[in-house]
Design a protein around this ligand. Structure first.
Ligand SMILES: CC(=O)[C@@H](O)[C@H](O)COP(=O)(O)O
Ligand SMILES: NCC(=O)COP(=O)(O)O
Length: 237
């Protein structure tokens, strides 16, 4: 079964816009779980543009499904994850000033660093995932790092979906089969949406989790959280 983990970064964006606590991030996370979300994902960036480090500390006592914290493993992030001990940590190599996550890891070049960080999280009982492009050498490199899972970076799939979905999905299928052969769990995320998620899910074997935020929030502005979450769950059956 593929779990839906809802990324609530953009709820924090709206909250921060007025400096208060509306919408209440903790209540939204809890309500999303009541509506069927099987995980909550956050990505506390160094500039705390949306999710704040304190949000992670508060959410760990609220989230009852799977709690996934994503981020670039700078020391401040490592310390936060070891302090809060979420279900999963997803390591993302994005630059501090990146408008959003925009690259997968070079798991060959950064093997030693990733191995060291991953062991530290695993020793704390935290499942580890690393954000990668669907490139076979990077999947093989991910195996070498000891990560429990990979998260396939799906922006390229989403970009190509409308034009030619059969072509857009090809590298992801190949990468997924290799990951499965290597015994690595498969997550996926970035720019997945109600339009493109079903085809991805139906094409990728052993897909354990999708984390979806930006599109889900935009879709919910029109349709509401309950309808949108239910639609995602139906497409992930
Ligand atoms: C890693 C990834 O693709 C997303 O999880 C990321 O959290 C999106 O970040 P923003 O919400 O800041 O665009
Ligand atoms: N890891 C992907 C994620 O959490 C959400 O990405 P997006 O749906 O906001 O692009």
């Amino acid at each position: 079964m593929t779990k839906l983990s809802v990324n609530i970064n953009k709820v924090a964006t709206l909250r921060n816009a007025r400096g208060g606590n509306v919408p209440d991030l903790l209540k939204v996370a809890s309500d999303l779980e009541k509506m069927g979300a099987q995980g909550i994902t956050i990505h506390p960036r160094p500039d705390e543009r949306h999710i704040r480090y304190q949000d992670a500390r508060d959410l760990v006592d609220v989230v009852t499904t799977e709690f996934n914290i994503e981020g670039n493993p700078i020391q401040k992030f490592i310390d936060l994850v070891l302090e809060t001990k979420p279900t999963q940590v997803t390591l993302v190599p994005d630059a501090v000033d990146a408008i959003t996550s925009n690259a997968g890891w070079d798991t060959i070049k950064h093997k030693d660093f990733l191995k060291e960080v991953i062991v530290e999280f695993q020793n704390a009982g935290i499942r580890t995932s690393i954000f990668v492009d669907p490139v076979l050498e990077m999947i093989e490199g991910a195996k070498e790092t000891g990560a429990d899972r990979i998260e396939l970076y799906t922006e390229a799939y989403a970009d190509g979906y409308t034009e030619n979905k059969e072509e857009a999905i090809k590298p992801y299928i190949t990468a997924a089969f290799l990951a499965s052969d290597l015994g690595i769990g498969i997550n996926a995320g970035h720019d997945l949406s109600l339009d493109n998620v079903a085809y991805f899910h139906n094409s990728i074997p052993d897909l354990l989790e999708v984390s979806i935020g930006h599109a889900l929030m935009a879709e919910s502005l029109y349709l509401g959280f309950e309808t949108v979450v239910a639609s995602y769950l139906e497409k992930l059956q």
